[in-house]
Structures are given as C-alpha cells and as structure tokens.
Unconditional design. Structure first.
Lengths: 344, 344
DNA sequence: CGAAAGACTGGGAGCGCTCCCAGATCGGGC
DNA sequence: GCCCGATCTGGGAGCGCTCCCAGTCTTTCG
C-alpha cells in the first residue's frame, strides 16, 4: 500500500506529492514537467515514474496564477449560432485559426455572444484573464463587445476592421478591389444596368464593397442610380428580398453584384422564378467564393476572399502581439481575386 | 498622488489594494464582490467606491485556485469546422445549451477537436480543470476523446449515447421510434420496396435508425434485403452516392428512408436527375427536421428530432451533475415525431 | 592538490483569492 | 450596570504552481 497522497479519492495528486514520491524537490519536478533543461537523467526518470504512478496532471489554475498566462485564446463571434452555421465564412476562419495554432500549446475557445447577458459574462471571463488574447470576427461598427475588449487591455485582433482608422490590429480582405473587379467584369460583359445588393451598412466590409461598385460604375461613366441599390444583411433570405425589390423598381436590369455569395444565391433563385435566364438576361456576381458558389445553378462567378488565410493571419498577428505586446497595432490586407464561372 | 497600488501601470489592482483603499480588510472586500451577506452598508459603500475608482476586476485564476471551480463548461465537438457549419444540428444544440446556461454564471466554451494533436491539447485543458463540466455531441463508438473524458473524472453529459449500456450520462432522441414511424408511414402509403440510407455505423444513432427501419419492415412481413440498404455518413454528398448506388442495385425501389435530412436531400437530387418523380415514383423520408427539409423540392417529410431541446436537456443534466456529483449517471430520452410534408 | 567553474538540486517566496475563525462592536433584556 | 447573542470585521492559512537563489556535488585546470 502507499501513502495517502497516492490513492484515488484524496483528490488529485499535486506537484509536491510527486516530488515526495520521487524523492526530489518541487523545483525538480516542475523542471521535468515543463521540459526545462538542467535535470539529471536519474532525477528525470524518477520523476517521470512518479508522475505515471500517481497519474499526475498539473493544475492549470495554479500555473496560470503563478505565470499569469492562460494558454488559451478566444475566438469571439458576436452572432447567433444560426448564423455561425449558415455562413461558411466562419467555418473557414475557424479552420485557419486552428491550423495556425496547431503547433502551439494554446487551446482555442469559441465563444458566441448575442445577448447582453452573454456579453457581460464574456466581460467577466476576459477580465479574469482566462485567455491570453482575443480574436474577433464579424464586427459591427457600434458593437459594444469591442469596447469591452479595448477595456480589458488583452491582445486583440479583428477579422474585418470597423473603419479605416481602426485602432486595433486587424486582418482585412481587399473589399474595395474585389468589388471593383467584380463590377468591371460585368461592364466588360457589356452590362449597363448593374444593380447591387449590399451587406449590412454598419459593417465596413459592406460599405466598402458598395464603394467599389460605385467607383467602377463612375469610371465607366455610368450614373449612380439609387434604385439599383438594395440592402441585405449577407444572409440568403435577405438576398431574395432585395432581389425582388430590385426587380420591382428596375425590371430592366441586366446584372447584379451581391456583396455575399449567400445573397447572390438568394437573388439567383428569385431571378429564376421571375423567368430570367442567368447569365443571358441577368448576370450575377457574388462575393466570398464560399462552397455554395460552386453549387448554384449555374455555378456562380464570385470574388474569392481568402477566409482561411484570413484566420491564419489573424492567429499569427495575435501570437506576435502576445509575444511582444506593444502600443502600435498591426494590420494585414489580403488580396481578393475574381473567380469566373458561369453566372457572369 | 497615490500609493503604488493605486496607479495604472503597476498591473491590475488586487483585492488587497481595494481593501487598503477602502480602509477595510480583504475578507470584507471578498464578501462584497461575491455578494455575500453580513457586510454593513457603510463598508459595502466604501468598497464599491474603491472598486470603481481602481477599476478592480477579480482574477479568475486565483479564484479558481482557491475554490477549485472554473465557472465555465466546454461543449466538445469532435468534428471538423466544415461539419459544424454544414449540419444545422450542431447549431441547434449550441442554441439549446446556451439558452439553458443563460441564467448561470457559466461561460460556454466551444471546442472543436479533429486531430490527434488537438485531442492531446484538450486533454491538458480538461485535466487542468479549466472547466467544471463537459458536454459532448456527435460521439463515435470508438472515439478516444471519450476515454479522455472518463479519465478526467469531470462531470460529463453526452448528446447521443454510444450504446445502450452507455456508462456516462446522456441525452438521446428516440431514434428507434422515429425510424420505425417513418417507415410505417411509407408502408401506409403503399410502398413495398423501401430502401434506406444509413448514417455511419460507428454511431449508435445510425445503427438504431437502421434497426427501426428493419423492425417496421419485419412487422409488415417484408424481407430484409441487403441491396435495399446503402451506407452514408449523414452528409449530403454521401446521400447522393448512396442513392446512386441504390438505384443501380434496385431500380424498382419505390421509397427511401434516409437517416438524416442532408442525406435525404442528396438522395432527392439524384432521384430527380434520374427522372424519378417525388413522391409519385419514389417517396422520400428524412430524419432531423433540419431547416433544409423545408426547402427541398418538394418539401421533405421527415422525423423531427428536438435538437434544441436536446441541448437544453444536456445542459440541465450537466448542471445537476456539477451540483451533486454522484456515481450514478442520468439519462433522458426525447421523443421524436413524424412531420409529414410532400416528399412522402 | 586546491580552487574555480559547472551541473544539479531543494525549497522559500509569492501569484490573488476564498475560507473560516477569533475578535470587536453593538444592542437589548434582566 | 452587566451579560449574552447577533452582527461585523480583519487577517492567517492555504489552494498548487513557478521563479529564483543559495547551496551541494562534480569536474576540470593550473
């Protein structure tokens, strides 16, 4: 039999107990556990054996307290789980972040916030320093969660800035160039009555894509007609509604640039129902190059936004920021690319 | 000016500093922070003011260490983010869990594990007692993550048991009854050559749904024909492949029961391409009643599985288990219901 | 052969909080 | 005026770990 420290029941074994059993001091055990150098082979073996026998696992809370590191980072998504599930963009971001984190010891924590209550709980969680840094995507201009982040002083990286003067580090796709090239493509096809379906205008990405659209039209000497602009919120349903509206206001339109693939898919459905052929009657271009773009009928021409790479870049920036905190913020702009399929 | 403890810069203020500033002891501050009774109005006010002035926020790691509580629970999903995004089931689970947690102080942490490396990292995270309990869905029979969970001794609840003798608490839909009633419905419609597309057979849900199918056929005196059974993995693509296979082996079939809506949707696409009318030539029933079921052409008849309620029940069980740990495990079976639309 | 330079090791101090107990304070009843 | 209980309050003793320093034991070199 063995001392009290060994059995199950008396709680989990501690560093101290391992040390006692291995006949060494706490320091030595700590060194072994953390893979530090300067431990004799003999001591190391003894400790390892004691750890195995006792089934010792370090207590993270204690370690956190001592080192003031949490070994975890949060990816905050201020949307509902429905949205998380319906927009492939998030999946790509998650994949990118996870892959960049894969050879670190950092645990990725996904946190969804939509209610005020959840926001407060998140505040407590972050303030309590349960993570070493925060990633956040899908940020709306007036999102209170961001203030919360700034206030905690935790290293933070946004996926999608709120404005050009964003004071926090961020990774952004080249929305302007993407939208611009989409509309240029439509113009090149000979389209002249080009409508657009925007995203929610409290998001910079939506505003800038609209800008890109307008700029391309202006360059082509085309007027900016309000009735060619309808608003959505990036979701499929909103794309349908917006398209219906456009068709009503401007039956003569010959092309649509939607600020997201999902909205473009919704628009295509409405167009087809209205008897318009795509692209013969109306050409359609989306934005994102999400999986759905490949499965629409016909396959969708769209602007590729490197979402996964965006996730990776975000993680990379955050790691840098954690490693060397600094007042200055970093930013990365990822270029976009037009993928021509059959809808335009 | 003020003492070193007060200013910004010298790190975050501690309980002790708040106590000093308010002119009270640590105990009193702790009591105020935790809303405990037995503090005079005067002391309380002084402490609250000091907290506000200093911008004090308790350090969770320290609290965790002292209380051995983490105030967080993990929802582990052993799938890729792609899957998370494509299957609405997960979104519903998350929603249910979140809603049940909404009036607790527990932070919900979503953790995706797919690689071995991620699994090990999760082990460290859980062993380190960074959460008070674990929820896990989409469990495959031989999933090593479960052993990991059992080993940590953390309160755990599964969404979907691994077998009838599941030794861990779980919440399960009535898969047998659901599948059975789906096939009964098909039989009632006069179908006699009823095929099925199963889920991955290393998941109990898939096995049991297949059982329900067989049982209903047997009761109707129909033989169990192997060529009427094709296998999928719950995904849409696998449904397409399975359907193509079935059509090849048994062109005469007049109905299909798919173990998930996504597979049913894939099957419907293949059927349509093959020129079969639904339900006139081939009737189709799915399982889940996920959002896609409403949008197929024609709308899909399916077995409703109360996913959100499942999430809620899981959270509820876990809370109970955390509150009163016990050797015995709990289980909840949620009933399913056939939703008849137009595909069968 | 002695001293200096390494190589290891043990354990004190402390991270910030909660728990709990011993005291101080304040009334009210006799 | 005194005693007893109720109400508050301060602070010691940890929680389990890391950091770091002062030792001890070798090894090497002049």
């Amino acid at each position: 039999m063995s001392s009290k420290s060994v059995g199950r029941g008396e709680g989990r074994p501690t560093l101290e107990e391992v040390a006692a059993r291995a006949g060494v001091g706490r320091g030595t055990v700590s060194r072994v556990v953390n893979g530090a150098a300067g431990v004799s082979q003999q001591a190391r073996t003894a400790v390892e054996q004691a750890i195995a026998e006792l089934g010792y696992v370090p207590n993270r809370a204690a370690r956190s307290l001592a080192t003031s590191r949490a070994d975890a980072i949060a990816l905050v998504i201020p949307e509902t789980e429905t949205r998380l599930a319906s927009e492939p963009f998030f999946a790509s971001i998650i994949r990118g972040v996870a892959s960049e984190l894969s050879d670190t010891e950092l645990q990725l924590l996904l946190i969804l916030v939509s209610t005020e209550r959840e926001r407060r709980r998140l505040a407590g969680f972050l303030d309590g320093r349960r993570v070493d840094g925060v990633l956040m995507v899908s940020v709306h201009a007036d999102d209170p969660v961001v203030d919360l982040l700034e206030h905690t002083g935790l290293p933070t990286v946004l996926g999608g800035r709120r404005s050009e003067l964003e004071p926090i580090s961020y990774v952004n796709p080249d929305n302007l160039g993407g939208a611009w090239s989409a509309v240029r493509h439509l113009l090149g096809l000979g389209c002249r009555r080009i409508a657009t379906i925007t995203g929610p205008l409290d998001m910079e990405a939506a505003v800038v894509r609209l800008d890109g659209y307008r700029r391309a039209l202006a360059e082509a000497g085309l007027p900016d007609e309000p009735r060619l602009v309808a608003h959505g919120d990036f979701s499929e349903g909103s794309g349908e509604r917006a398209m219906a509206e456009l068709l009503e206001l401007e039956p003569e339109l010959d092309a649509v640039f939607a600020a997201s693939d999902l909205m473009a898919a919704g628009a295509m459905r409405v167009l087809r129902r209205a008897g318009r052929r795509i692209p013969a009657d109306v050409a359609v271009v989306g934005f994102d190059d999400s999986p759905v773009a490949r499965h629409t009928e016909p396959p969708m021409t769209t602007v590729r936004q490197p979402s996964e790479e965006m996730g990776r870049a975000m993680a990379r920036l955050l790691l840098e920021e954690i490693a060397s905190p600094s007042r200055s913020h970093r930013q990365v702009i990822l270029s976009t690319e037009l993928v021509v399929r059959e809808s335009a």
